[in-house]
Design a protein around this ligand. Structure first.
Ligand code: CA
Length: 185
């Protein structure tokens, strides 16, 4: 499966993406909610699953989930949270999540839930391919990086940055025309 991992804890994100790659999945790792939402909504992103942390810089994980559901994106979402209380769990499902995993968790449980969500989604259940070798370390260049880990993910990030740059330039231009400050608070 092609998986979007939105997680701001670098070590955990690296561990998760490495394990997913070992299982023959591909993963884009994003550290903030706003970029995560933009990637999830990108028409050519084509993710099969989103692993989504609850607490994120920029945009809360639940708001991200609500955003993609409001846009009609039906991709399965597995929410990660440091909170184990019932209210937080219910809030995640209310926001549109399909599953919920409390930190700290075993990577094998994460994988089991990822594969269960993939099976439930039918055609989305691509991989792990036959012969996947558990325990074989991923190539260092394939492990999580600060940005996206796939070429497609890096391309999407580049496109988003160009769109944002144009939008900011346009906003500054309009602000200047109307005499208001262009600073962002
Ligand atoms: Ca977090």
């Amino acid at each position: 499966m092609h998986i979007l991992v939105v997680e701001d804890e670098g070590r955990l994100a690296a561990l998760m993406s490495r394990r997913l790659i070992e299982e023959r999945h591909t993963a884009d790792v994003i550290r903030d909610g706003i970029t995560g939402l933009a990637l999830a909504l990108a028409t050519n992103a084509d993710y099969d699953l989103i692993v989504l942390d609850r607490m994120l810089p920029g945009l809360d994980g639940l708001d991200l989930c609500r955003g993609i559901r409001a846009a009609g994106v039906a991709v399965p979402v597995l929410t990660l949270s440091a909170r184990a209380d019932v209210e937080d769990c219910v809030a995640a499902f209310d926001a549109g999540a399909d599953d919920y995993l409390t930190k700290p968790f075993a990577l094998e449980e994460l994988l089991a839930r990822v594969h269960a969500l993939g099976r439930r989604s039918g055609p989305l259940a691509r991989g792990p391919g036959p012969g996947a070798c558990a325990g074989e370390p991923a190539a260092p260049e394939a492990a999580a990086q600060d940005g996206a880990t796939t070429r497609r993910g890096r391309g999407l990030i580049g496109s988003l940055r160009r769109v944002w740059a144009r939008a900011l330039t346009g906003a500054a231009f309009m602000s200047g025309r109307s005499g208001r400050s262009s600073s962002v608070s």
